[in-house]
Design a protein around this ligand. Structure first.
Ligand code: DI6
Ligand code: FE
Length: 403
């Protein structure tokens, strides 16, 4: 990538830079890339002479957007839960499956049994599908180990993905995802004996970019999550939270209190909670895949989030239980069709606001100084990205430079 100077012309750019123009659109734009960064973006007519000797590629009128970002995944996991999918279709609820010892804990057994290389091979197959959709940044959580060794193994696999593929990986420690069978009815002991020591050990190995938790009746209480967040704060790590997915325990407020990067799911969030997110600058991460898979009926409060200017991101939540959804493009469609987000909100949700949900400022928009991470699409209008169902119009993905 060193010494690469490329000039992309004959394109339309949905920059997603906040402006008065929808999508921050620049028609007939040019984009100059140098050494893995965007050096210049603007109308082709305004291109400074300095860029004229760059290596020129015409994109034949295609649309260019920031590369996509999946800011919430559990893409590293062992096994699958097709049988539980079948159970639910035979009438069992998600809670019933969980309380019967299925659910998250069954994936825990499969993940503990899997070697690092098995976990990596399986995850890479799923990652490749996202890459083919123009994704260049992905967040990956632990949380299916629930013992020190396996939590660390998951995070090492997550880091390895960034070495095996041209993609940037951010990790989240999710030890507070569920209580493993050996700690049944001893949630507090699990937090003290396993979760917190695992977090410290993972952090010491440089494996943790953020700390997550699952705040829910079938998982951990706000008080228990707060104890994990206190350790995160001690270690200087940002936090985020699975909050208000199945009920309202005040998780989003707790997250906001800790200045969380994001509060995720939030189907049951009330307006007070929305205001708390707005005040804290916390991003609302909308996860339609879980809503769809669990056939939930309570939609996240999109109108209230809009009203209070809470940035909304969209993510796949790829996991074997509640969201076996391996497409960010389909996620965008679901955000629009299920939750009435606009196509522009959906694109912002997988670019600018997804970056923000990860605490990143160098990706998510097309602007000078940003990393050269772009997606080039065979579409006429950006709304088409969210509009088609099960169709991938990616022409090419730029990760540092045009290949
Ligand atoms: N919320 C979810 O939807 C997933 N985890 C979480 O905290 C469910 C994960 C699973 O069922 O395996
Ligand atoms: Fe999740």
């Amino acid at each position: 990538m060193a010494n690469t100077t490329q000039l992309l012309t004959n394109l339309h750019a949905a920059t997603m830079v906040s402006s008065d123009t929808a999508y921050g659109m620049i028609k007939d734009a040019a984009i100059a890339l140098k050494d893995g960064k965007i050096h210049w973006i603007g109308p082709r007519a305004d291109l400074p002479a300095a860029y004229q000797d760059y290596d020129v590629t015409s994109l034949n009128g295609r649309l260019v957007t920031p590369a996509l970002i999946d800011c919430h995944t559990h893409i590293v996991h062992g096994g699958d839960r097709a049988v539980e999918f079948e159970m639910r279709l035979n009438g069992a609820s998600y809670e019933e499956v969980a309380r019967a010892g299925g659910g998250i804990v069954s994936t825990v057994s499969a993940t503990r049994a899997a070697s690092e290389s098995e976990l990596l091979t399986d995850a890479l197959r799923r990652v490749d599908v996202l890459i083919a959709e123009g994704v260049t940044t992905i967040e990956i959580k632990s949380g299916y180990g629930l013992d020190v060794d396996t939590e660390l193994r998951m995070l090492r696999v997550a880091r390895a993905i960034g070495k095996h593929r041209p993609i940037r990986v951010l990790t989240s420690f999710l030890g507070a995802h569920a209580t493993p069978a050996e700690y049944k009815d001893r949630d507090d002991a699990y937090i003290d004996d396993i979760c917190i020591p695992a977090l410290r050990a993972a952090h010491a190995e440089g494996l943790v970019d953020a700390v997550d938790g699952f705040c829910e009746g079938i998982a951990f209480s706000p008080t228990q999550i707060a104890r994990v967040f206190d350790v995160a704060k001690d270690l200087g790590l940002p936090v985020k939270l699975h909050a208000e997915q199945l009920s309202n325990l005040g998780g989003a407020k707790l997250a906001a209190h800790y200045g969380a990067l994001s509060a995720d799911h939030i189907e049951y969030l009330d307006e007070d909670g929305v205001k708390a997110l707005a005040d804290a600058g916390t991003v609302a991460v909308i996860l339609p895949g879980a809503f769809y898979t669990l056939r939930e009926t309570q939609s996240p409060p999109i109108a209230a989030l809009r009203k209070h200017n809470v940035p909304m991101a969209l993510a796949t939540d790829i996991n074997p239980g509640s969201s076996p959804l391996n497409s960010l493009l389909l996620t965008m469609n679901m955000g629009c069709t299920l939750f009435r987000m606009t196509p522009e909100e959906s694109l912002r949700g997988v670019t600018q606001n997804a970056a923000r949900a990860l605490g990143l400022t160098d990706v998510g928009t097309i602007a000078a100084g940003q990393r050269a991470e772009l997606a080039v699409w065979d579409v006429k209008h950006p709304a088409e990205l969210a509009y088609r169902i099960g169709f991938n119009p990616l022409y090419t993905r730029i990760f540092g430079a045009l290949a």
